[in-house]
Ligand binder design. Structure first.
Ligand code: DON
Length: 321
């Protein structure tokens, strides 16, 4: 019988570690000289990160790692944290409650759009835009704000396979300039799409976005998704396997915001970007990719990271379709 589309990974020739290592090295070499894009500056700290930093990592489901460039440099995870907070909430409240409270639709609008909320009677649409991500943070079950924070940070740390922490400079820089996110949180509260105190929730969301990760960490975090919820290095199960396709489906519809459609058209691999310059992407059972470089395109996605992941995805037959 012909392989079902959802089982495409099994129908492809197995990936050899050499193929992956060569693709990672080539992508690093090919795009190191790319000079397009501009660091984010609406969070002042991000403008100060050196623009030529560039790291590329691949993690196989068996834990094999290939890397090139500045893979040990720590930067802020930003929106990529939304994927892991979504996973945490899926684990605790289940898919139906998440669909009801947050949704899984693309907005077709920028990641911090207020109009997207207003167009849907205050419902945030998906966990990977700011409104949905703030609502998602409020849904992490906990008796106190600090307990909620320790669950959020603990979850990301288990995916990375090491204890992560906040970069305080990024956190303060964003807290000084996040009036728009606070407005979004209060709009969510007005329509009962946010539990508890909006300001405390935005504070947690901002801490989560300020967590410092390296490209290697991001590779392992994506590795946990492609390995079906198990960290490929530590062997710890972090998510139920059944939640992985749900998470990847939202990455495939909304991971690169209002340029997700053209990303899927060109590359065909679920991905998630952050304004710190990181992007993760991967195909279940086959390969996880992470890349980092601060200059962004007009949608807020790293130019070099997109180029690197696109090229490696082509070389390793990752396109889902
Ligand atoms: O809330 C914000 O604006 C940032 N903490 C995160 C935005 C982000 O990373 C969007 N990415 N492309």
């Amino acid at each position: 019988a012909a392989a079902l589309p959802g089982h495409a990974a099994r129908a492809r020739a197995p990936l050899q570690p050499d193929t992956v290592a060569q693709a990672v090295a080539a992508a690093h070499r090919h795009f190191a000289g790319l000079r397009e894009g501009k660091n984010a500056d609406y969070i002042p700290y991000l403008a100060s990160v050196p623009s030529d930093l560039y790291g590329v990592v691949a993690v196989a489901p068996d834990g094999g790692v290939a890397k090139a460039g500045d893979v040990g440099y720590a930067f802020s995870i930003q929106s990529i944290c939304k994927v892991f907070n979504m996973a945490l909430v899926l684990e605790s409240i289940g898919p139906e409650a998440l669909l009801r409270r947050v949704g899984s639709e693309a907005t077709g609008l920028p990641f911090n759009s207020v109009m997207a909320l207003e167009m849907h009677r205050g419902k945030p649409q998906n966990p990977l835009v700011n409104a949905g991500a703030i609502a998602t943070v409020s849904l992490v079950p906990a008796a106190s704000t600090e307990e909620r924070w320790s669950r959020i940070l603990g979850n990301m740390s288990r995916c990375a396979g090491r204890q992560l922490d906040v970069n305080d400079q990024v956190y303060h820089s964003e807290m000084d300039t996040n009036q728009r996110n606070r407005g979004i949180a209060w709009l969510l509260r007005a329509r009962e799409f946010l539990e508890g105190d909006p300001d405390a929730t935005v504070d947690l969301y901002t801490r989560a976005c300020s967590v410092a990760v390296t490209t290697q960490d991001l590779g392992m975090m994506m590795g946990t998704l492609v390995r079906g919820g198990v960290n490929p290095a530590t062997g710890e199960r972090v998510f139920k396997t059944e939640n992985v396709p749900r998470i990847l489906s939202v990455m495939a519809t909304a991971g690169l915001y209002d340029s997700t459609g053209s990303w899927m058209f060109r590359v065909g691999v679920p991905a998630k970007s952050g304004v710190g310059g990181g992007i993760i992407a991967g195909m279940p059972g086959r390969l996880a990719l992470a890349a980092f470089s601060p200059p962004l395109d007009d949608f807020g996605n790293s130019v070099r990271a997109q180029a690197a992941i696109g090229e490696i995805a082509a070389a390793t037959a990752l396109n889902l379709f």
